[in-house]
Ligand binder design. Structure first.
Ligand SMILES: *[C@@H]1O[C@H](CO)[C@@H](O)[C@H](O)[C@H]1NC(C)=O
Ligand SMILES: *[C@@H]1O[C@H](CO)[C@@H](O)[C@H](O)[C@H]1NC(C)=O
Ligand SMILES: *[C@@H]1O[C@H](CO)[C@@H](O)[C@H](O)[C@H]1NC(C)=O
Length: 357
Protein backbone atom coordinates (compact mmCIF):
# COMPACT_ATOMS: atom_id res chain seq x y z
CA UNK A 1 0.00 0.00 0.00
CA UNK A 2 2.83 2.38 0.90
CA UNK A 3 4.42 1.48 -2.43
CA UNK A 4 1.28 2.55 -4.27
CA UNK A 5 1.36 5.93 -2.49
CA UNK A 6 5.04 6.44 -3.25
CA UNK A 7 4.65 5.55 -6.92
CA UNK A 8 1.68 7.89 -7.31
CA UNK A 9 3.65 10.69 -5.63
CA UNK A 10 6.52 10.00 -8.02
CA UNK A 11 4.16 10.06 -10.97
CA UNK A 12 2.77 13.37 -9.79
CA UNK A 13 6.30 14.79 -9.43
CA UNK A 14 7.33 13.49 -12.84
CA UNK A 15 4.32 14.92 -14.57
CA UNK A 16 4.08 18.24 -12.78
CA UNK A 17 6.87 19.64 -14.95
CA UNK A 18 4.48 19.33 -17.88
CA UNK A 19 3.37 22.86 -18.84
CA UNK A 20 -0.01 23.81 -20.26
CA UNK A 21 -0.22 25.63 -23.55
CA UNK A 22 -2.18 28.85 -23.03
CA UNK A 23 -3.76 30.09 -26.22
CA UNK A 24 -4.67 33.71 -26.88
CA UNK A 25 -8.45 34.16 -26.68
CA UNK A 26 -11.16 36.44 -28.01
CA UNK A 27 -13.34 38.33 -25.53
CA UNK A 28 -16.09 35.90 -26.38
CA UNK A 29 -16.14 32.97 -28.78
CA UNK A 30 -18.58 32.69 -31.71
CA UNK A 31 -19.54 29.18 -30.51
CA UNK A 32 -21.43 30.83 -27.63
CA UNK A 33 -23.62 32.79 -30.07
CA UNK A 34 -26.20 31.39 -32.50
CA UNK A 35 -24.51 30.12 -35.65
CA UNK A 36 -24.97 31.54 -39.13
CA UNK A 37 -26.79 28.57 -40.65
CA UNK A 38 -30.56 28.83 -40.91
CA UNK A 39 -32.45 25.86 -39.48
CA UNK A 40 -35.86 24.28 -39.54
CA UNK A 41 -37.69 22.11 -36.99
CA UNK A 42 -39.20 18.90 -38.34
CA UNK A 43 -41.58 16.66 -36.36
CA UNK A 44 -41.77 13.00 -37.35
CA UNK A 45 -44.57 10.84 -35.99
CA UNK A 46 -44.03 7.29 -34.85
CA UNK A 47 -45.25 4.65 -37.33
CA UNK A 48 -44.02 1.49 -39.04
CA UNK A 49 -43.32 3.38 -42.25
CA UNK A 50 -41.71 6.46 -40.67
CA UNK A 51 -39.82 6.20 -37.40
CA UNK A 52 -39.68 3.77 -34.42
CA UNK A 53 -40.28 6.74 -32.04
CA UNK A 54 -41.62 10.29 -32.46
CA UNK A 55 -38.76 12.59 -33.44
CA UNK A 56 -38.01 16.27 -33.03
CA UNK A 57 -35.40 17.14 -35.64
CA UNK A 58 -33.65 20.44 -36.20
CA UNK A 59 -31.87 20.56 -39.52
CA UNK A 60 -29.90 23.14 -41.46
CA UNK A 61 -31.91 24.26 -44.49
CA UNK A 62 -28.87 25.10 -46.64
CA UNK A 63 -27.89 22.12 -48.82
CA UNK A 64 -24.89 20.12 -47.61
CA UNK A 65 -23.69 17.08 -45.70
CA UNK A 66 -23.67 17.62 -41.92
CA UNK A 67 -22.61 15.59 -38.86
CA UNK A 68 -25.51 14.16 -36.82
CA UNK A 69 -26.17 14.88 -33.13
CA UNK A 70 -28.52 12.33 -31.52
CA UNK A 71 -29.95 13.61 -28.23
CA UNK A 72 -31.98 11.77 -25.56
CA UNK A 73 -34.30 13.70 -23.20
CA UNK A 74 -34.21 13.39 -19.41
CA UNK A 75 -36.61 11.70 -16.99
CA UNK A 76 -40.18 12.50 -17.96
CA UNK A 77 -39.31 15.54 -20.02
CA UNK A 78 -40.09 15.96 -23.69
CA UNK A 79 -37.71 16.19 -26.62
CA UNK A 80 -39.03 19.63 -27.65
CA UNK A 81 -38.40 21.30 -24.27
CA UNK A 82 -34.69 21.41 -25.22
CA UNK A 83 -35.45 23.43 -28.33
CA UNK A 84 -33.23 26.47 -27.54
CA UNK A 85 -30.17 24.32 -26.81
CA UNK A 86 -30.73 22.09 -29.84
CA UNK A 87 -31.32 25.06 -32.19
CA UNK A 88 -28.05 26.56 -30.99
CA UNK A 89 -26.18 23.39 -31.94
CA UNK A 90 -27.94 22.96 -35.30
CA UNK A 91 -27.26 26.58 -36.30
CA UNK A 92 -23.54 25.75 -36.29
CA UNK A 93 -24.04 23.14 -39.01
CA UNK A 94 -25.28 19.99 -37.27
CA UNK A 95 -28.40 17.87 -37.82
CA UNK A 96 -29.98 17.33 -34.39
CA UNK A 97 -32.27 14.31 -33.90
CA UNK A 98 -34.12 14.10 -30.57
CA UNK A 99 -36.48 11.13 -30.13
CA UNK A 100 -39.28 10.97 -27.57
CA UNK A 101 -38.24 7.63 -26.05
CA UNK A 102 -41.25 7.29 -23.72
CA UNK A 103 -44.01 9.32 -22.11
CA UNK A 104 -44.83 9.74 -18.44
CA UNK A 105 -48.51 9.64 -17.55
CA UNK A 106 -47.41 10.32 -13.95
CA UNK A 107 -44.05 11.68 -12.82
CA UNK A 108 -42.08 8.45 -13.02
CA UNK A 109 -41.07 6.68 -16.25
CA UNK A 110 -43.26 3.72 -17.13
CA UNK A 111 -40.49 1.87 -18.93
CA UNK A 112 -37.26 0.39 -17.63
CA UNK A 113 -33.83 1.73 -18.40
CA UNK A 114 -33.18 -1.34 -20.56
CA UNK A 115 -36.31 -0.70 -22.66
CA UNK A 116 -35.39 2.94 -23.01
CA UNK A 117 -31.95 1.88 -24.20
CA UNK A 118 -33.39 -0.51 -26.79
CA UNK A 119 -35.61 2.27 -28.15
CA UNK A 120 -32.54 4.50 -28.30
CA UNK A 121 -30.72 1.81 -30.31
CA UNK A 122 -33.74 1.46 -32.66
CA UNK A 123 -33.67 5.19 -33.35
CA UNK A 124 -29.89 5.18 -33.88
CA UNK A 125 -30.26 2.34 -36.41
CA UNK A 126 -33.18 4.13 -38.09
CA UNK A 127 -30.80 6.99 -38.98
CA UNK A 128 -29.16 4.77 -41.62
CA UNK A 129 -32.15 4.62 -43.96
CA UNK A 130 -34.78 6.83 -42.37
CA UNK A 131 -33.01 10.15 -41.84
CA UNK A 132 -32.67 10.98 -45.53
CA UNK A 133 -36.43 10.59 -46.03
CA UNK A 134 -37.30 13.41 -43.60
CA UNK A 135 -34.56 16.03 -44.19
CA UNK A 136 -34.95 19.15 -46.36
CA UNK A 137 -33.95 18.87 -50.01
CA UNK A 138 -30.17 18.61 -50.60
CA UNK A 139 -29.47 18.20 -46.88
CA UNK A 140 -27.74 14.97 -45.93
CA UNK A 141 -26.62 13.48 -42.61
CA UNK A 142 -23.05 12.22 -42.36
CA UNK A 143 -23.24 9.09 -40.22
CA UNK A 144 -19.46 8.72 -40.24
CA UNK A 145 -19.70 11.69 -37.88
CA UNK A 146 -22.29 10.67 -35.31
CA UNK A 147 -22.37 12.28 -31.87
CA UNK A 148 -24.59 10.78 -29.17
CA UNK A 149 -25.77 12.80 -26.20
CA UNK A 150 -28.49 13.17 -23.63
CA UNK A 151 -29.58 15.02 -20.52
CA UNK A 152 -30.00 13.46 -17.05
CA UNK A 153 -31.33 9.89 -17.40
CA UNK A 154 -31.00 10.39 -21.17
CA UNK A 155 -27.32 11.21 -20.62
CA UNK A 156 -26.88 7.87 -18.93
CA UNK A 157 -28.73 6.24 -21.84
CA UNK A 158 -26.23 7.85 -24.24
CA UNK A 159 -23.31 6.37 -22.27
CA UNK A 160 -25.04 2.97 -22.03
CA UNK A 161 -25.60 2.96 -25.80
CA UNK A 162 -21.95 3.82 -26.51
CA UNK A 163 -20.84 1.16 -23.99
CA UNK A 164 -22.80 -1.52 -25.86
CA UNK A 165 -25.43 -2.36 -23.20
CA UNK A 166 -28.35 -2.35 -25.66
CA UNK A 167 -29.81 -5.77 -26.52
CA UNK A 168 -30.40 -4.55 -30.07
CA UNK A 169 -27.15 -4.58 -32.05
CA UNK A 170 -26.06 -1.11 -33.05
CA UNK A 171 -25.63 -0.69 -36.81
CA UNK A 172 -24.11 2.79 -36.64
CA UNK A 173 -20.78 3.85 -35.19
CA UNK A 174 -20.71 6.46 -32.45
CA UNK A 175 -17.82 8.88 -32.96
CA UNK A 176 -18.10 11.10 -29.88
CA UNK A 177 -20.17 11.19 -26.69
CA UNK A 178 -21.58 14.16 -24.72
CA UNK A 179 -23.21 13.86 -21.27
CA UNK A 180 -25.35 16.86 -20.30
CA UNK A 181 -25.67 16.52 -16.51
CA UNK A 182 -25.98 12.73 -16.79
CA UNK A 183 -27.55 10.95 -13.79
CA UNK A 184 -27.54 7.22 -13.01
CA UNK A 185 -30.14 7.06 -10.22
CA UNK A 186 -31.06 8.33 -6.77
CA UNK A 187 -28.36 6.51 -4.81
CA UNK A 188 -25.84 3.74 -5.35
CA UNK A 189 -28.44 1.27 -4.07
CA UNK A 190 -31.22 2.79 -6.14
CA UNK A 191 -30.13 2.68 -9.76
CA UNK A 192 -31.92 1.60 -12.91
CA UNK A 193 -30.58 -1.14 -15.14
CA UNK A 194 -28.24 -1.22 -16.90
CA UNK A 195 -25.95 -0.29 -14.01
CA UNK A 196 -23.11 1.25 -15.94
CA UNK A 197 -21.22 2.99 -13.11
CA UNK A 198 -18.55 0.85 -11.45
CA UNK A 199 -17.30 3.48 -8.94
CA UNK A 200 -13.84 3.04 -10.26
CA UNK A 201 -11.79 5.57 -12.27
CA UNK A 202 -11.58 4.97 -16.02
CA UNK A 203 -13.96 2.01 -15.78
CA UNK A 204 -15.84 2.86 -19.00
CA UNK A 205 -14.59 0.66 -21.81
CA UNK A 206 -14.73 3.44 -24.39
CA UNK A 207 -12.11 4.70 -26.80
CA UNK A 208 -14.04 7.68 -28.21
CA UNK A 209 -13.68 11.30 -27.06
CA UNK A 210 -16.12 12.29 -24.30
CA UNK A 211 -17.37 15.61 -22.92
CA UNK A 212 -19.26 15.78 -19.62
CA UNK A 213 -21.06 18.99 -18.64
CA UNK A 214 -22.56 19.24 -15.17
CA UNK A 215 -24.66 21.56 -13.02
CA UNK A 216 -23.16 22.82 -9.77
CA UNK A 217 -26.51 22.92 -7.94
CA UNK A 218 -27.79 19.55 -9.18
CA UNK A 219 -26.93 17.96 -5.85
CA UNK A 220 -29.06 20.44 -3.85
CA UNK A 221 -32.13 19.24 -2.00
CA UNK A 222 -35.49 20.94 -2.34
CA UNK A 223 -37.71 20.49 0.74
CA UNK A 224 -38.04 16.74 1.28
CA UNK A 225 -37.34 15.75 -2.31
CA UNK A 226 -34.11 13.92 -3.11
CA UNK A 227 -31.60 15.90 -5.20
CA UNK A 228 -32.09 15.63 -8.97
CA UNK A 229 -28.47 14.85 -9.67
CA UNK A 230 -27.02 13.32 -6.49
CA UNK A 231 -23.24 13.28 -6.10
CA UNK A 232 -21.71 9.82 -6.72
CA UNK A 233 -24.23 9.29 -9.53
CA UNK A 234 -23.84 12.54 -11.42
CA UNK A 235 -21.51 14.35 -13.81
CA UNK A 236 -18.42 13.94 -11.64
CA UNK A 237 -18.67 10.16 -11.53
CA UNK A 238 -19.30 9.99 -15.30
CA UNK A 239 -16.20 12.14 -15.81
CA UNK A 240 -14.05 10.04 -13.49
CA UNK A 241 -15.12 6.77 -15.09
CA UNK A 242 -14.43 8.05 -18.63
CA UNK A 243 -11.05 7.64 -20.25
CA UNK A 244 -9.18 10.45 -22.01
CA UNK A 245 -9.70 12.25 -24.27
CA UNK A 246 -12.21 13.70 -21.81
CA UNK A 247 -13.49 17.24 -21.29
CA UNK A 248 -15.22 18.20 -18.03
CA UNK A 249 -17.12 21.44 -17.36
CA UNK A 250 -19.40 22.34 -14.45
CA UNK A 251 -21.72 25.36 -14.48
CA UNK A 252 -21.41 26.15 -10.79
CA UNK A 253 -24.43 28.45 -10.38
CA UNK A 254 -27.08 26.43 -12.20
CA UNK A 255 -29.54 23.68 -11.35
CA UNK A 256 -30.07 20.34 -13.05
CA UNK A 257 -33.10 21.44 -15.10
CA UNK A 258 -31.91 24.92 -16.09
CA UNK A 259 -30.80 23.60 -19.47
CA UNK A 260 -34.44 23.34 -20.59
CA UNK A 261 -36.28 26.12 -22.41
CA UNK A 262 -37.73 28.93 -20.29
CA UNK A 263 -41.22 27.62 -20.83
CA UNK A 264 -41.82 24.17 -19.40
CA UNK A 265 -45.14 22.43 -19.03
CA UNK A 266 -44.24 20.69 -15.75
CA UNK A 267 -43.40 21.81 -12.24
CA UNK A 268 -39.65 21.95 -11.93
CA UNK A 269 -38.02 21.59 -8.53
CA UNK A 270 -34.49 21.29 -9.88
CA UNK A 271 -33.78 24.79 -11.03
CA UNK A 272 -31.56 27.62 -9.94
CA UNK A 273 -32.66 31.23 -9.93
CA UNK A 274 -30.59 32.70 -12.76
CA UNK A 275 -31.46 33.54 -16.34
CA UNK A 276 -31.18 30.35 -18.38
CA UNK A 277 -30.16 31.77 -21.73
CA UNK A 278 -26.46 32.24 -20.79
CA UNK A 279 -26.36 28.64 -19.53
CA UNK A 280 -27.87 27.25 -22.73
CA UNK A 281 -25.37 29.27 -24.79
CA UNK A 282 -22.53 27.99 -22.61
CA UNK A 283 -23.56 24.33 -22.86
CA UNK A 284 -24.40 24.71 -26.58
CA UNK A 285 -21.06 26.45 -27.14
CA UNK A 286 -19.02 23.76 -25.37
CA UNK A 287 -20.81 21.09 -27.41
CA UNK A 288 -20.28 22.95 -30.72
CA UNK A 289 -16.59 23.54 -29.88
CA UNK A 290 -16.17 19.84 -29.03
CA UNK A 291 -17.90 18.68 -32.24
CA UNK A 292 -15.96 21.21 -34.34
CA UNK A 293 -12.77 19.85 -32.78
CA UNK A 294 -13.40 16.25 -33.71
CA UNK A 295 -15.49 16.65 -36.89
CA UNK A 296 -13.91 19.74 -38.44
CA UNK A 297 -10.43 19.62 -36.90
CA UNK A 298 -10.93 23.06 -35.33
CA UNK A 299 -9.78 22.35 -31.77
CA UNK A 300 -8.88 25.92 -30.83
CA UNK A 301 -12.22 26.98 -29.28
CA UNK A 302 -12.58 23.80 -27.23
CA UNK A 303 -9.06 24.12 -25.82
CA UNK A 304 -9.62 27.83 -25.14
CA UNK A 305 -12.72 27.08 -23.05
CA UNK A 306 -10.92 24.30 -21.19
CA UNK A 307 -7.87 26.47 -20.46
CA UNK A 308 -9.63 29.76 -19.73
CA UNK A 309 -13.19 29.25 -18.53
CA UNK A 310 -13.77 33.01 -18.22
CA UNK A 311 -14.49 33.13 -21.96
CA UNK A 312 -17.82 31.36 -21.25
CA UNK A 313 -21.06 33.29 -20.57
CA UNK A 314 -21.47 31.60 -17.13
CA UNK A 315 -19.05 30.50 -14.40
CA UNK A 316 -17.46 27.14 -15.10
CA UNK A 317 -15.46 25.30 -12.46
CA UNK A 318 -13.82 23.01 -13.18
CA UNK A 319 -13.25 23.41 -16.91
CA UNK A 320 -10.67 21.05 -18.24
CA UNK A 321 -9.72 18.84 -21.15
CA UNK A 322 -7.46 15.84 -20.65
CA UNK A 323 -6.08 14.35 -23.82
CA UNK A 324 -3.97 11.56 -22.42
CA UNK A 325 -4.21 8.98 -19.67
CA UNK A 326 -1.13 10.12 -17.74
CA UNK A 327 -2.50 13.63 -17.40
CA UNK A 328 -5.72 12.10 -16.19
CA UNK A 329 -4.01 10.06 -13.48
CA UNK A 330 -2.28 13.19 -12.32
CA UNK A 331 -5.62 14.95 -12.02
CA UNK A 332 -7.18 12.03 -10.20
CA UNK A 333 -4.57 12.48 -7.49
CA UNK A 334 -6.09 15.81 -6.45
CA UNK A 335 -9.62 15.36 -7.56
CA UNK A 336 -10.61 11.84 -6.62
CA UNK A 337 -8.90 12.02 -3.24
CA UNK A 338 -12.09 12.06 -1.18
CA UNK A 339 -13.53 9.17 -3.10
CA UNK A 340 -10.52 7.16 -4.16
CA UNK A 341 -7.95 6.10 -1.59
CA UNK A 342 -4.89 4.55 -3.26
CA UNK A 343 -3.89 2.92 0.04
CA UNK A 344 -7.18 1.04 0.31
CA UNK A 345 -6.90 -2.23 -1.60
CA UNK A 346 -10.65 -2.35 -2.20
CA UNK A 347 -10.47 0.90 -4.12
CA UNK A 348 -8.43 -0.78 -6.80
CA UNK A 349 -11.10 -3.42 -7.42
CA UNK A 350 -13.90 -2.36 -9.76
CA UNK A 351 -17.32 -2.14 -8.10
CA UNK A 352 -15.79 -2.59 -4.68
CA UNK A 353 -15.26 0.97 -3.50
CA UNK A 354 -14.71 1.14 0.25
CA UNK A 355 -17.28 3.87 0.80
CA UNK A 356 -20.05 1.72 -0.67
CA UNK A 357 -19.58 -0.93 2.02
C1 LIG B 1 -9.10 34.58 -20.38
O1 LIG B 1 -10.24 35.15 -20.95
C2 LIG B 1 -10.52 36.46 -20.52
C3 LIG B 1 -11.89 36.85 -21.08
O2 LIG B 1 -11.93 36.71 -22.47
C4 LIG B 1 -9.39 37.38 -20.93
O3 LIG B 1 -9.62 38.68 -20.48
C5 LIG B 1 -8.08 36.85 -20.33
O4 LIG B 1 -7.00 37.61 -20.81
C6 LIG B 1 -7.87 35.41 -20.70
N1 LIG B 1 -6.72 34.89 -19.96
C7 LIG B 1 -5.75 34.20 -20.54
C8 LIG B 1 -4.67 33.70 -19.63
O5 LIG B 1 -5.72 33.95 -21.73
C1 LIG C 1 -30.26 32.30 -5.71
O1 LIG C 1 -29.76 31.04 -5.31
C2 LIG C 1 -28.58 31.13 -4.54
C3 LIG C 1 -28.08 29.71 -4.33
O2 LIG C 1 -29.12 28.86 -3.97
C4 LIG C 1 -28.90 31.82 -3.23
O3 LIG C 1 -27.73 31.92 -2.45
C5 LIG C 1 -29.42 33.21 -3.56
O4 LIG C 1 -29.82 33.83 -2.37
C6 LIG C 1 -30.60 33.11 -4.50
N1 LIG C 1 -30.96 34.46 -4.92
C7 LIG C 1 -32.21 34.85 -5.02
C8 LIG C 1 -32.40 36.25 -5.50
O5 LIG C 1 -33.14 34.12 -4.77
C1 LIG D 1 -4.82 15.14 -28.50
O1 LIG D 1 -3.59 14.54 -28.78
C2 LIG D 1 -3.48 14.03 -30.10
C3 LIG D 1 -2.19 13.27 -30.20
O2 LIG D 1 -1.12 14.01 -29.66
C4 LIG D 1 -3.55 15.20 -31.07
O3 LIG D 1 -3.47 14.74 -32.40
C5 LIG D 1 -4.90 15.90 -30.89
O4 LIG D 1 -4.99 17.05 -31.71
C6 LIG D 1 -5.08 16.32 -29.42
N1 LIG D 1 -6.43 16.79 -29.28
C7 LIG D 1 -6.72 17.99 -28.86
C8 LIG D 1 -8.15 18.36 -28.81
O5 LIG D 1 -5.84 18.78 -28.52
Amino acid sequence: MAIATVSITLLVMLLSSHSEVVKPVLATLPVFEAGSISTKAISVKESKSTSPKPLFIISPTIGGKYPVFLFFHGTCTTNSVYRSLLEHIASHGYIVVAPQLYNCPVVIPTISGNEELNYAANVANWLLLGLKTVLPENVEGNLDQLAVSGHSRGGKTAFALALGYAKIPLEVTISVLVGVDPVAGLSKECRCDPKILKFFPHSFDLSIPVTVIGSGLGDQKFLLFPPCAPSDLNHMEFYLESKPPIGYFVATDYGHMDILDDYEPRINICKGNRSRDPLRRTVGGIIVAFLNGYFRYETKDYLTIANNASVAPVNLSPARFINETQESLLNLGNFYSLKFDPTCPFDWIPDCHASSM
